[in-house]
Design a protein. Sequence first.
Length: 269
Amino acid sequence: MATQMFEGRGHAAVYQKYRFAPGKELRQTILSYLQEKKAIPAELAVDVGCGSGQGTHFLGEHFKKVVGTDISEAQVQEAKDSPCMPNISYLVCPAEELPFPAGSVDVLTSFTAAHWFDMGRFMAEAQRVLRPGGCVAISTYTVDMSLRYGDCSQQLTKIFRECWDKILEYSHDRLKYVLDNYKEIFEALPFPDKKRVTDIYDQIPMTIEGVVGYMESASPYQTFKKKDPQAATSLLQETEKRMLETMGVSSRETPVEFWVRHVCVLGCK
């Protein structure tokens, strides 16, 4: 069974506000592969574990019909409440029980969600719903992140990582899939035509508020907050204060470069 970590309405709202869409390099990696495999143009793309819809919106620009699915009603409601293209719709369902006929899906994606799935059952569903020649693109951003701002990038990244490392102490054991760069997920993909790209670097436009909000949206932070609300809140407040002091600014709306490394597993049935 899939692991459910993003159920609460408060968490879903934070997730919708602060999670970022797939970056330019990741989008290009996926689109280039789909073009190479002649999976574009396509009728139906399904985004599994869509959360509040950041990746689903990207697919809407390239496919005739896009369906985002998630096990969390709160996340799907956030996605539905956000403005989106008319060719996008959302469904509440487990990743392991997709409500699509066999051989009906052209492209199946998952952005920063597959490590929560029951891997064997999800891969069996991918095999079932994809048409012959259909493709999958399963990606995640890793814990390899950095910040850049003027001449204090190194110090800023150090402050961020000190906070991030503390948050990661509360990680679920499913993080192992991310830490091994989705190697296990790649090996579980039941298609002979597949590849794994581990060095996709994207610059995500952010503010200091956005960086702190991103950390707040992470599932380990939510676990930390449930166990010790005061310590969790203080950690983010102190981290934001240190960042602003290091940058020599007072506004949390100050833009910074937020660099992330993505991993992407690609396959064709």
